[in-house]
Each structure stands twice: as C-alpha cells, then as structure tokens.
Design a protein around this ligand. Structure first.
Ligand code: MN
Ligand code: MG
Length: 659
C-alpha cells in the first residue's frame, strides 16, 4: 500500500529535480501528474538485438560502444525508474545476426536443455513478452523452439502456421500463441493498485517463406500480417483485453496495403482495437526523421494513423518507448493520451560515438562464458583458403578478395531464386574492392594469407554491414553498369609512357566488378559516365568483348545480378540500378552470406578467374599506386604485366603496367 503522502513526495521529487531528492529518480510527467482515475504505463521495447549482448564487434574483434543489450539494460533501468508502471517487450530478431549466434548454431548447438545466450541475457531483465522476427527462422524450427524453451517470458506470433493456412485465420494451427493477455496490477495517481489486462500480439513478415525456404518448405506457412491482426484483435477484445499492443516485427511503409506486405506496421495501426505498436525489422528509429513526410505517419510525434508507435533501432542501440496515460473507464482502462520516444545508448560528436551508459554487470555475467567461447570461435579457423585473399591489385586485375564475395553472392542468390519467377535466369554478381588504399593509406588493403580463414577475417573481406539484394536487368544494362565502374580509370594515349591510371576522385567501392561475364576495358576511350554517375558521352564504349558463356552478350537478355542494398538502392548512381529493378531484398548481410558459404564449402579456392582485363593500348604504360606489401603477390597477378616503379607518396609503392 502506498499512502497519498508518498505520492506527494514523488511529485515534489519530480518538480524539484533529482539533485534535491538524491536517490529518487526523476518521474515522467505522466507518472507525476496521473490523477486518481489515471495510471501511467510505460512500454519499453528492444528490437533486432541480433544476439548482441556485450558491447563488442566480434567481426572486428574489438569493443563497440553502439551495441549490446548489457548497455541497453542500463537505460532500461533508468527509464523503468521514471514510471510508476512499465513493461519490457522484445520485438524479435534476437537469435541470429552476429558471430555469437553463428557460434551457437554452427558449433555448440542447442541440445535438449541447453540455454541460448541471448535468451539467458534477456531472462535477467524481466521481459514481459517477445515476438518472433524473420531471423528467428534462420537456423531451422528445431533450433528455434529449443532456444525458446529457455525463455522465462511468453513469445507470441499470430501469423506463422504449422500446415496450410485455414480458410478462417482463427482456425490456423499456429506454432505459438497468437497473443497473450497479461494480467497486471497497475498503480493509479493515488498509488492505489488495480488490475489491468494488457493484450500483446505478434507478427513477422510472411517473406520468411522465401528467405528460409530450406527450413520452412512443407513445414510452415505464413499469413498476411494485417489479415492476422484483423482476425485476432477482436478475439483479444472478447477475451477481455483492456488495451492491445501490437508487436510488429515489420517496418513502417506508407505504401497502400498489399497482400503479403513485408513492412505492414502502418496498416496494423489501422486495425480497430490496436492501441499502440512496437515496430522493428527496418533497423531504424521511430519517432525519427527517417520517416518524415510520409502519409499516415507522424515522424515527430511517433504515430501511425494516429496511434502511438516506436522502433528501437537495432543491436541494442536504442530503446523504443511508448508512454500511455491510461484512464479508468468503469472497470476497464483506455488510453487517454500518449507520448513516444527512442532514447539511444550513445551519442555522436562529429564522427565519434560516445557511450552514454556503462554495461550492466549482471547482463554481461549471464553470458560471459558464451562471450569467451565466441571470441575463441571468431579467432579460430572455420574454413581454408587455398589462395591468398588480398586486394593489392584489385583495381588493375581480377582479384581473389572480390572473387570470393561474388562466389558467395552467386551461391546464395541461386538458392533464393528457387521457386520464383526468376529461377533459371543467369545469375551474375557485382562486387567492389572496399579496402583498396586510397584515403585509408598504404596499409588499407585486404590481406588474408593462404590457409586457415577465421570469422574475423570476413569483416576484412567485406567491410560494410550491407545486406544482399538482387536486380533483374538486361545485357545492355549490365554493360552500362560496367561502363560506370570503368570511370575509375583515366583515359590513356597510345605510345605514351607512365600515364597515371587511376582517377583518385573515384572511390573504390564504386568500382564494381561483375562476375559471370567476361570483358575488356579499353582505356583509349573516354568514360561514358563521370565520377558521380552523370552521363558524359552517350557514345563512349570502354567495355568491349563483353561475353556471356563465351558469346557476345545479347543486349536484350535478362540477367539476375547479385549485389548489396547500397548499390541496388541507387547508391553510386549507377545507370538504371535502383529500386525499380530490385527483385530480391535479402534479410541477410553479405558478411553472413560469406560466413555461410565458407562453412558450407569447408575449403574455398577463390583464385581470380581473370574474367576482366585491360584491352592492350599500343606502346603505352601506366602508373598505379598500391601498398608496399603488394610486391609479395606481384608474380601471381594474371592478365596484366606489372613491374615495380619505385616509391609513391605517403608510403605507397608505384607499379608500372604495360597496357
Ligand atoms: Mn533485424
Ligand atoms: Mg572474377
């Protein structure tokens, strides 16, 4: 029992600020101001944790201040202290997405009775509920349900069925409960406790059936998110839920509703009876400027069709918060007003990221052993490479560090095209050398020796946390893609010695090599496109002898090209490469795909296949700068004649190429 005078102290505490009151936390205005018939309920959301517990980047094998549930836990504690009543909810994608997840799935396994570390960490924090994200299905159903067995909180999912979809969604045979109704006591503004029934329902993108076909085909089906919401929310009302919170592991998209929509949170908000939404999947922050100026969405106030919603970033970076001021309505409760927010665990000062909190020790302790085991795992061999994987000559010759990325991308996209209308089309892959000197300096190259490949080397092979996409384009568009890439080179003259080869204004990440076709680059010709992708000369042709299967490419033939979200989303302004031609949006990072490829193959042999070369330029030589360690690999480079040409500027080494 709380006496009215205690409430008074709390209110003074809020008004006077924390400094005067010492240990009393600053109260949220809803908690401070709630009247006798009102109660403040704070919903706190984590989402897309992807197994991040320690503030650690296992790929780079170093600490990271922007991730980790142990850090989020510290802000959870302080935000919990500000509210008279609160609930902690996770929105899915907890089981996969960093090397700790891969370690458990590929190495340690989940035997009967084993605890999954992310579940173990979550168990220390008093979660009220969770839902499934699409990545929960990445390691198969058996692994998923063994992992969930250890959770001390309910997990709900309303749109994944065991068999075929029933004609009435309420007859669907679901793997999990579609919803739970949590019977909870909440304190009103007078400190009196009352029962409330909080309904929580969960949704996952039905695209899991494509993304995890190999695990789900014949074993599961997925229903349209909004359809499932329309079916179950009225039942939750009938079952006596006072308020209903949608745990929508789905992004926010202002487009009209379509059947099977991946990012359906806005339309879930449109379902009558839904009071508030916790969203995710997009790895973004809501409320927040990324969702500004979209119909139905208030990105400042944090509403979807007028209902409060939040999205708490990813990897523990943020907390999604919905504060509800509830009002008693007879024996029930309804939402009287609300605010939403998404506080972060770190802040930025220029390019620096500054942590705002320390890790919570109890959370770290709960997975210390698995953390240590994961460190050993990322440092240990998971496969072998027969060839050195380096990028010293990646701008002048086909290169093994780019080759392995393309091999993994083609391997993955080939599986993803199964059963789609694109199955059977030739699959090409575009990849660029990310670490190729430049402003990164003379040591900024990929360099993995032959022999063991460890997980931590994969971040060396693939620098950015991009995700996989595929586009369907014509042979003519393949050529233009390569014309745009070939803009990295200066135009050369026949008979002239030591011409500078590279235009240093052109970043190496925009030098895509396309595997699966063969071609030559004729540098006597001007570039068709400028460094920003602008058309310079519509008649220019640097790409010559472009062949598919040994035959000149048919400009009208359709190809699938595996790439990443940056390029497919229009990054680098490549001609015609944008959302309009995207046919596959992968949930997986390119790094995950490389890890899976290496684990699947055991030994890899990504020796470059010299599928692209320069067309000879009569009597010309060109000068190119690379890291000094390049000399160890000079003899292996195929398709181009190279000799050392002394020292370059700032520690680089010069090489001469006979064109
Ligand atoms: Mn995710
Ligand atoms: Mg190649």
């Amino acid at each position: 029992m709380t006496r009215p005078s205690d409430t008074l102290i709390d209110r003074r505490g809020f008004l006077a600020g924390t400094a005067a009151i010492g240990s009393l936390a600053l109260l949220h205005p809803f908690s401070a101001k709630a009247a006798g018939n009102q109660a403040h309920l704070r919903l706190m959301e984590t989402t897309d944790l992807h197994v991040h517990v320690f503030p650690y980047d296992y790929y780079a094998d170093r600490a990271s201040d922007t991730v980790g549930l142990a850090r989020t836990a510290s802000i959870i504690d302080s935000f919990r202290d500000e509210a008279t009543n609160s609930m902690l909810i996770d929105n899915g994608d907890f089981l996969q997405g960093n090397p700790m997840g891969d370690y458990i799935a590929y190495e340690r396994g989940m035997k009967e009775g084993d605890q999954h570390p992310i579940i173990q960490a979550m168990n220390t924090l008093g979660y009220d509920a969770s839902t499934l994200g699409n990545h929960e299905f990445n390691y198969g159903l058996d692994f998923l349900f063994k992992s969930l067995d250890g959770a001390n909180f309910p997990v709900v999912s309303a749109n994944v069925t065991k068999g075929m979809l029933a004609s009435n969604p309420r007859d669907d045979e679901l793997f999990l409960k579609p919803y739970v109704i949590v019977d909870k006591m909440i304190k009103d503004g007078n400190g009196q406790e009352h029962p409330i029934r909080v309904g929580l329902i969960g949704f996952v993108p039905p695209q899991i059936m494509n993304w995890d076909r190999r695990h789900l085909d014949g074993k599961a089906n997925a229903r349209d998110i909004v359809q499932a919401a329309e079916a179950w929310v009225p039942e939750m009302k009938e079952a006596g839920a006072d308020i209903i919170i949608a745990l929508s592991h789905s992004g926010i998209d202002a487009s009209d509703r379509t059947d099977g929509m991946e990012n359906a949170s806005l339309h879930v908000a449109g379902v009558e009876g839904v009071d508030a939404l916790l969203t995710g999947h997009h790895h973004l922050v809501f409320p927040g400027p990324k969702y500004a100026d979209m119909p139905g969405i208030d990105a400042e106030k944090g509403t979807l069709f007028g209902k409060p919603a939040a999205m708490g970033g990813f990897w523990g970076s943020h907390l999604g918060i919905v504060d509800l001021m509830l009002e008693r309505d007879g024996n029930a409760w309804k939402v009287a007003s609300f605010t939403t927010s998404a506080p972060s665990i770190y802040t930025r000062e220029g390019r620096k990221r500054i942590p705002l909190v320390e890790s919570k020790q109890a959370v770290l302790d709960s997975v210390q052993k698995e953390h240590d085991d994961t460190l050993a795992y990322v440092r240990r061999a998971v496969g072998k490479t027969a060839a050195p994987l380096h990028s010293y000559f990646s701008l002048v010759a086909d290169d093994p560090s780019v080759q392995i990325v393309s091999q993994a991308q083609i391997w993955y996209i080939d599986q993803m095209m199964n059963g789609t209308e694109w199955e059977g089309l030739p699959i090409l892959s575009a990849a660029a050398p990310f670490k190729a000197g430049g402003r990164g300096g003379p040591d900024y190259y990929t360099d993995v020796a032959p022999g063991d490949v460890a997980i931590k080397n994969v971040s060396d092979l693939y620098l950015y946390p991009n995700t996989v996409r595929a586009v369907a384009i014509t042979g003519a568009q393949v050529k233009d893609w390569l014309e745009r890439s070939a803009g990295i080179f200066n135009q050369l003259e026949a008979g002239k010695a030591d011409q500078p080869l590279i235009n240093n204004e052109f970043p190496s990440y925009n030098f895509d090599i396309i595997d699966g076709v063969t071609y030559k680059i004729d540098l006597t010709q001007p570039s068709k496109f400028g460094p920003k992708g602008e058309l310079l000369d519509a008649n220019a042709n640097r790409i010559v002898d472009l062949k598919y299967n040994g035959e000149p490419i048919d400009p009208n033939q359709k190809f699938v090209v595996a790439t990443n979200n940056y390029r497919a989303g229009g990054g680098g302004n490549f001609p015609g490469i944008n959302d309009d031609v995207v046919i596959f949006v992968g949930p997986d990072t390119n790094r995950d795909v490389i890890v899976r490829y290496i684990v699947d193959k055991g030994t890899i042999n990504p020796s470059a296949d010299a599928n692209w070369t320069f067309k000879p330029v009569d009597g010309a030589t060109a000068i190119f700068e690379t890291g000094p360690k390049a000399k160890d690999f000079m003899k292996d480079v195929e398709g181009v004649q190279i000799e050392a040409a002394g020292d370059g500027a700032e520690g680089f080494a010069k090489y001469r190429i006979k064109m």
